[in-house]
Design a binder for this molecule. Structure first.
Ligand SMILES: [Zn+2]
Length: 344
């Protein structure tokens, strides 16, 4: 059902190396979920784009419907108890109402934690209603703004004042993906996000992907001081595989503000996120339209799961920074558990 095939000769030794590192309980704070019928057909152009490819991969894994997510967890992490923070696919091709309703159903039926995907023009009423219905926060996204490119967009275009106010009033979670060209060091994002976090101190803000420094050269100057100074800002680490990046994050903000996350289902692929000609690249053995520059076949056949590569990177970074097992448990479970328990 999930398209996931466990290959004991390749994946077995990797899981063994991870099993000695992983705590019994793991919390994944970034899981996309939905049903294939929530997504309308993608154009070929979108399938190749840096953004649309995500939906194309998701469709390959049945949009990570809840049952698929559970099946993958039991296959990949047979000894761990997994909890998670779920939300839909905040893209233009998604039927947001249906996808949000699906997540509401998971909250109701399975007791999971969930985030609501607002539109840029969602009203206060709609946002409050979502929290009343059991969502513990929001997952806005730049792709839902249709009249500007990512490079032209400011934070307020996709995280408007009403969203900040409701989040702050209710002590909810706001999971923010920064998309500007400067990545972690974009001066407009630093100004906009740190200002908004300070004005809304009860909002629990998670910066997705640590602000997108996917390879070490993208985090050369550490975490910007204005972000480090914010007591209501956390960082999720998906889908970073490079231990050098995670090492810097651990040293700069400490293990109490980092949240383990997978960005499933994209990390169900075999491969990893790594460096290629000085830029970041998703290595994959699958025939997607965007997957044009590939490693030799003999290398691809040895790829293990992307999510295993993430955890190997984290294990290496934890070792290099001499984290205690308690620190590791904080990143992999306690921080997200506490944050989600107190939210909404
Ligand atoms: Zn995501």
């Amino acid at each position: 059902m999930s398209n996931i095939e466990y290959r004991p000769e390749i994946d077995g030794p990797v899981y063994e190396a991870l099993a000695e590192f992983l705590p019994v309980r793991v919390f994944d704070s970034h899981i996309h979920t939905g049903l294939p019928q929530h997504i309308v057909a993608l154009s070929d152009e979108r399938k190749k784009s840096k953004l649309g490819f995500f939906l194309d991969v998701a469709l390959e894994f049945g949009c990570n419907a809840y049952e698929i997510a559970q099946e993958v967890r039991t296959t990949l992490f047979p000894e761990q108890m997994m909890e998670g923070l779920y939300f839909g696919f905040p893209f233009r091709e998604t039927d947001l109402d249906a996808n949000n309703a699906y997540v509401a159903g998971l909250i109701e039926d399975h007791g999971v934690q969930g985030l609501y995907m607002p539109r840029p023009d969602s009203t206060r009423d709609e946002l409050e209603h979502a929290l009343d219905a059991g969502f513990i926060g929001f997952k806005p996204y730049l792709d839902l703004v249709t009249d500007k490119s990512f490079a032209e967009m400011r934070l307020a275009d996709y995280v408007p004042p009403a969203l900040w106010e409701v989040t702050n009033d209710r002590g909810a979670i706001l999971l923010i993906h920064l998309g500007r060209p400067g990545r972690l060091y974009d001066r407009y994002d630093i100004e906009d996000l740190s200002g908004a976090c300070r004005r809304h101190p009860a909002a629990k803000v998670i910066m997705a992907h640590i602000g997108r420094p996917y390879i070490p050269s993208m985090i050369r100057d550490g975490i910007p001081e204005p972000y480090k100074a914010l007591p209501n800002l956390w960082f999720d680490v998906c889908p970073i595989c490079e231990s050098g990046v995670l090492e810097v994050a651990i040293r700069e903000v400490g293990p109490q503000r980092l949240l383990f996350a997978t960005d499933s289902p994209v990390t169900y692929m075999r491969g990893r996120l790594g460096e290629w000609n000085g830029d970041r690249k998703f290595f994959s053995d699958m025939d997607f339209p965007w997957n044009t520059e590939r490693e030799p076949a003999e290398k691809e056949t040895r790829y293990t799961f992307f999510v295993y590569e993430q955890l190997l990177g984290l294990k290496k970074a934890a070792h290099a920074t001499r984290l205690s097992s308690g620190d590791v448990e904080d990143i992999l479970y306690n921080n997200a558990k506490a944050l989600t328990s107190e939210a909404g």
